[in-house]
Design a protein around this ligand. Structure first.
Ligand code: SAH
Length: 397
């Protein structure tokens, strides 16, 4: 018997029995066996029932993340191998490779590996380790990811702020393979992009918007488009491929815009049809409004304004601001495609913000489509937090 274990307070086993993988510090009555950061501990109820196995994280308020709800499971290299294989099997069933050769392979808790993100790019897996538990198994995970995917290169992008909450340092760079190509290309929905997996945002590309970019492609014919927060041109190129008359693409990141311009050329689109504008969207939308400029299709895909619920109020004001301006910049019959990737702003709240924005802009609008994250970012029913990307397609009349 493993003596390292955590015992929950009376009644606190409920969420574990519902297979929610997070155990907060306040739910724990005692810790036995002095587990080291990331070590596997058995989870027991106050009555001594064995509930499963978790990774112990002494410096995080999420004190343990459950690897398995099966008390007989053994957490070892084979466990990770099976989880990675299961995740790949789901992507194969979904035929994702028909649309793209870059997709999320492991979506953390939603794929049964808390704290681990793996994005697959041609011959390259990019891993992001977000929790002490996943960090503890890092070498095993890297080995299994390489074996199961057959990727030559493994890149690590463990450079996100949440690692601080887990007491982990930033770590990034090539961890497997020599002579990593500076130019890595992907093809999504027939459009080619160069992706900077080492220096770009996230793991290099916003893979979660794949199916939504396809939707925009279908809506763009003959439209004058505004793509706010364009990054490396995802929605811009999708709109051009869909026959957009013109696009104005705004982002504050010069490196992102330079890669975006490269991507436009890579696909042979007419550069005169698009204008890249380096600027702050909050200001640029106001300038466009003051000049009374109008568009037929506007995409708003801002960064995460509220990572957690604590920032929801401030984030709501920011979402309201850009959506209000977005509605004002639309012609009659125009379409707003608006997103929030904030974990702290739920779907209901987001829709309320967009409704308030329409009201204040003095427009009548209806939702014609509800969007979410692409299917390579599954949402676990036992972990609703894995549903983070919310989108609405609204038509103004
Ligand atoms: N739609 C993109 C992803 C957008 S990510 C795609 O499909 O690839 C959000 C982008 O917003 C990032 O590129 C970031 O550089 C940019 N950004 C963040 N704050 C901004 C601001 N205030 N003004 C303009 N761009 C901003």
């Amino acid at each position: 018997m493993n003596h390292k274990r955590i015992v929950l307070k009376p009644g606190k086993e409920k969420s574990v029995l519902q297979h929610h993988p997070w155990i907060f510090s306040g739910a724990i009555a005692s810790v036995a066996g002095a587990p080291q950061p990331g070590e596997t501990v058995e989870v027991c109820s106050s009555r001594g029932d064995r509930l499963g196995w978790a990774a112990y994280s002494p410096s995080s308020s999420i004190r343990a993340r459950v690897w398995s709800f099966n008390p007989d499971e053994i957490i070892n290299a084979d466990f990770f191998k099976r989880k990675i294989e299961a995740a790949i099997k789901i992507r194969k069933l979904l035929n994702i490779e028909q649309e793209t050769n870059a997709y999320r392979l492991i979506h953390g808790e939603a794929d049964g590996i808390p704290g681990l993100i793996v994005d697959y790019y041609p011959n390259t897996a990019v891993i992001q380790i977000l929790s002490t538990g996943a960090e503890y198994w890092r070498d095993v995970i890297i080995e299994q990811v390489q074996q199961v995917t057959g990727c030559k290169y493994i890149v690590e992008r463990s450079d996100v702020e949440v690692r601080q909450l887990e007491g982990l340092p930033i770590r990034e760079g090539l961890v497997r393979g020599d002579g990593f190509p500076l130019h890595l290309y992907i093809e999504e929905n027939g459009i080619r992009y160069r992706v900077d997996v080492l220096g770009g945002q996230k793991t290099g590309f916003y893979l979660d918007q794949r199916q939504n970019r396809k939707q925009v492609m279908a809506l763009a014919q003959d439209r004058e488009v505004l793509n706010a927060f364009c990054y490396t041109g995802g929605f811009t190129l999708a709109a051009l491929a869909g026959g957009a008359k013109s696009v104005l693409s705004i982002d504050s990141s010069a490196p992102a815009l330079s890669l975006a311009a490269e991507n436009l050329a890579l696909n042979g689109f007419n550069p005169d049809k698009n204008r890249w504008l380096e600027g702050n969207v909050f200001q640029e939308l106001r300038l466009l409004r003051d000049r009374n400029q109008k568009f037929d299709l506007i995409i708003l895909d801002p960064p995460k304004f509220a990572p957690t619920a604590a920032q929801a109020a401030k984030a709501s004001r920011a979402y309201k601001d850009i959506n209000l301006l977005g509605f004002k910049l639309l012609r009659k019959g125009g379409i707003l495609v608006t997103f929030s990737c904030s974990g702290g702003v739920g779907r209901e709240l987001f829709q309320k913000i967009v409704a308030d924005a329409a009201l204040d802009a003095g427009v009548e609008a209806r939702i014609v489509q509800v969007l979410s994250q692409s299917n390579d970012h599954p949402i676990a029913l036992n972990f609703p937090e894995s549903a983070y990307l919310k989108g609405l397609v609204c038509i103004v009349n």
